[in-house]
Design a protein around this ligand. Sequence first.
Ligand SMILES: O=C[C@H](O)COP(=O)(O)O
Length: 254
Amino acid sequence: MRKKMVAGNWKMNLTLQEGEQLIQAILDAGLRLNEKKSVVVATPFPYLVSAKSRLRNYPHFYVAAQNCHSQASGAYTGEVSAAMLQSVKTDYVILGHSERREYFRETNQELALKLDQALHHGLKVIFCCGEPLEVRKAETQNDYVARQLEESLYHLSAEQLENVVIAYEPIWAIGTGLTASSAQAQEMHAHIRALLSSRYGQEAADSTSILYGGSCKPSNAEELFACPDVDGGLIGGASLKAEDFTAIVNSLKV
Ligand SMILES: O=C[C@H](O)COP(=O)(O)O
């Protein structure tokens, strides 16, 4: 079943106390969630246990990490494995965010290994893809995103794909205030769904959730979420303010 979702990616922001207050404020907003509409909070690693504990009695709220390592364990100082995330009951992990691709040189091939680790350890994955500005200007974004999916995702089985959510994030729209128009978002989301259909079949493609990310805010969320192939959002800056985040969640109709 294709599900709708709004995921807040806190990135490297907030102290533990600020994060706990934010979660409480989100809970106090009384969001109406169900099996078809969920909320994910992607906290920094040190806050995962606290976030999971606070959300324990709230159905359809999930916790995500923002990365995991491509190897199972070993001498990788400072890193966190998928098994560790599983052991603290993390629900999702974001993989392939453009900031990790850019600042930490993560390649499509390395991300394929990270996907394997995460899925093997029972995590669901929010897999990010999206093109930089120069690619959009050259109008080659469809090929660029196709390659990201081919090289990182296509080795997965259809069963494994059921545990993957895709997030399309045009890099030129992240944290810039520039949003993809709803037409641009719909066009790319339909393209991604068509790619999934040719690899996995129409049923699997139709069951996969595809989120939009990039300067999504209360003022544009409703229009973006109204696109037939946009199943929700991956929210950065606006996820740090309970009022904005909950307004975005309320813009998502099921
Ligand atoms: O993970 C979230 C995205 O990078 C979007 O960030 P933003 O909403 O601040 O543009």
